[in-house]
Design a protein around this ligand. Structure first.
Ligand code: SF4
Length: 348
């Protein structure tokens, strides 16, 4: 089935933020100050694998968590703390708020967006969905609360495949949004028929280049190639392992290879190196010769989180994440469906 034509809005990609370098002593003092401020606010830190290594360490040291978006959502919803401080991008903060309306949800920088989210405006998406009234609407976590409110299911990359397979086995036709690469990958593996796709993509993963990757692999034939499924199909085709951030981290710890070529945001190296310090990690090539690298394997929006602006947020306060009751009541349904599905799978 051919998809209705959609003209995506232009995405404005911010420059990579730079933060003042800290000595070990300054970093230690700053972390201590943040921990004290979090205690005063009864706050817990939830950080994504793509954020800066210092934030990941602080989250773990202070009883918070470092995870992918599925686990971040789960973790946030079982916390007693009054405030959730989400270090990641805006849709993660919104998901935390949708699941925890009674809690205050703060983020170091509310401008931290995501190209998938920005490339799928709610009104345009609703119009697209209206053209497929018989399709079950499945959206990736990287979408706004308003887009989730129009969906039947939300999925993360870790659980997209079993959910789509489940729906397809029930005979449902699927409308998938917004990442077309992940959608095509899931379609191929699940055997789902009649899927239609929103044509979005992630500016970071889109940059991985298959020709340069092949060349790097020839230089390191001993290496296993790990690829996130938001990457283009030609890059996925070269992978030894395709999976979510959690699956790729697991591959580094469990595979016997000493060297890995990794095609996802470079922030993931912190956790990989922490769990497998003896292994060698190489960044998969982004821009090929002559091309312009817009991401260099580091998400500019994830880079908007640092110890510096986290401390400022906790000291001076910041605007909390707000989601209207009307949107929340609808958006919580596809999120809960996913969490219930994930919980049921664990019990099997
Ligand atoms: S890495 Fe890509 S998908 Fe992830 S937050 Fe950044 S732009 Fe969005």
């Amino acid at each position: 089935m051919s998809a209705a034509t959609v003209t995506l809005p232009p995405i404005s990609i911010p420059p990579h933020p730079t933060w003042p370098a800290l000595t070990a002593a300054q970093k230690g003092a700053l972390k201590q100050r943040i921990r004290a401020l979090m205690q005063q606010r009864d706050a817990v830190l939830v950080a994504h694998y793509y954020t800066d290594g210092d934030l990941q360490e602080l989250a773990e040291e202070s009883g918070g968590c470092v995870a992918d978006s599925l686990e971040m959502a789960r973790f946030g919803s079982v916390q007693q703390a009054r405030t959730l401080v989400v270090c990641g991008v805006r849709f993660m903060g919104e998901t935390a708020k949708i699941l925890n309306p009674e809690k205050e949800v703060l983020m170091p920088d509310l401008r931290a967006s995501c190209s998938l989210d920005d490339g799928c405006p709610a009104a345009l998406f609703a119009h697209f969905c209206d053209q497929y009234p018989e399709h079950t609407v499945v959206v990736y976590a990287n979408t706004s609360a308003a887009v989730k409110a129009r969906a039947d299911w939300m999925v993360t990359s870790g659980i997209a495949l079993p959910i789509v397979k489940h729906l397809s086995e029930r005979g449902e036709k699927i409308l998938w949004a917004p990442d077309r690469h992940l959608g095509r990958y899931v379609e191929k593996l699940s055997g789902a028929q009649d899927m239609v796709f929103w044509p979005g993509s992630c500016v970071v993963h889109e940059e991985f280049k298959s020709v340069a990757l092949e060349r790097l692999r020839r230089l390191h034939p001993e290496a296993a190639v790990l690829v996130h499924p938001e990457s283009p199909e030609s890059v996925i085709a070269l992978a030894d392992v395709v999976g979510s951030t959690t699956a790729l981290i697991k591959a580094v710890t469990e595979l016997p290879n000493e060297t890995f070529i990794v095609a996802t945001d470079g922030g993931i190296f912190h956790k990989m190196q922490q769990l497998a310090p003896q292994k060698r990690l190489l960044e998969a090539p982004t821009a090929g010769e002559g091309a312009t690298c817009v991401s260099c394997a580091h998400c500019p929006w994830m880079g908007m989180n640092s110890l510096h602006n986290l401390a400022t947020l906790l000291e001076q306060g910041g605007q909390p994440i707000e989601v209207s009751a009307e949107i929340r009541e609808k958006a919580v349904i596809p999120i809960r469906r996913m969490l219930d599905f994930a919980a049921a799978q664990k019990r099997v």
